[in-house]
Write a protein that binds this ligand. Sequence first.
Ligand code: KG4
Ligand code: ZN
Length: 333
Amino acid sequence: MPVILGIESSCDETSASICVDGAILSNVIANQTIHEAYGGVVPELASRVHQQNIVPAVQQALFKAKINKNDIDAVAFTRGPGLLGSLLVGVSFAKAFALAKNIPLIEINHMQAHVLAHFIDDPKPSFPFLCLTVSGGHTQIVLVKDYFDMEVVGQTTDDAAGEALDKTSKILGLPYPGGPLIDKNARLGNPDAYQFPEPQIPGLDFSFSGLKTAILYFIRDNVAANPNFIDENINDICASVEKRIVTILLNKLKKAALQFNIKDIALAGGVSANTGLREGLKKLGGEMGWNTFIPQFQYCTDNAAMIAIAGYYKYLKGDFIGQDVAPLARMPF
Ligand code: KG4
Ligand code: ZN
């Protein structure tokens, strides 16, 4: 019955979670609103807020799970990839806690953890499966052969899908992070109102920078002709942009599924909270005869439950790391 404390601090969410024998008992997420005024995450501010929030987040996770801190068997933490100053807060906390309690430390790759979020609830995908991981910093198609045996078979050559959504919302004058607001507005708009280009990238890789530029020019030209263009058409613009991004993602996922002959298909990362993408995957899955897997909302965006569950599987293997571990801004699988 291992009790694992999971810690996540790779970007702008400070999160702590308790996992007991593979079951998540708490998942506390402290969001940072300070970045809204800047239109994006300011790394220096993010690390300062992590420093403020980390201990209260852990205390709340313990309280909600009704677990005493003396009962924790191991601490799992995000080692990377992420913002170095943000990661340092979580890594330092995890090391100090493990040292004080004389318990093992478990390093977790944040991108692997997004995939392993599928092992929190039932039904769980079977190996091998494909996972489309879409977040603010990454867009990857991952071939998942085992818990920690994953291969990136397709990825973005420039911007991430979340970045394209966030930058579009910035052009539209919406606050950061824009993804959830584009989702909300898109539900009220016509997805076929405007046609944006689909980049022609070979293989399973993605590109979003051309689309971003096309959106920028489209808005600029229309605002020049009608200064109220954005206000009058915000829902249609959001719906059309979302539709194009979802089409790009699902077309490549379909290609990968056919190439690897895999029918268990999963979605992970912050952008998998998007309604259009979730519905699009379910529809495509129905047509293709796939078993589709989409995590609960709280396990899509950055959270420590995915770190704790990944930590649980590493704990079972006895895969621990020494106290000299340091965070990694870039961390391949
Ligand atoms: O995984 P995540 O929480 O953080 C990173 O590791 O990047 O992903 C954050 C991204 C942001 O780009 C945000 O705009 C996007 O996920 N996002 C959404 C939605 N909720 C979050 N994008 C579209 N629709 C949503 N509902
Ligand atoms: Zn993430």
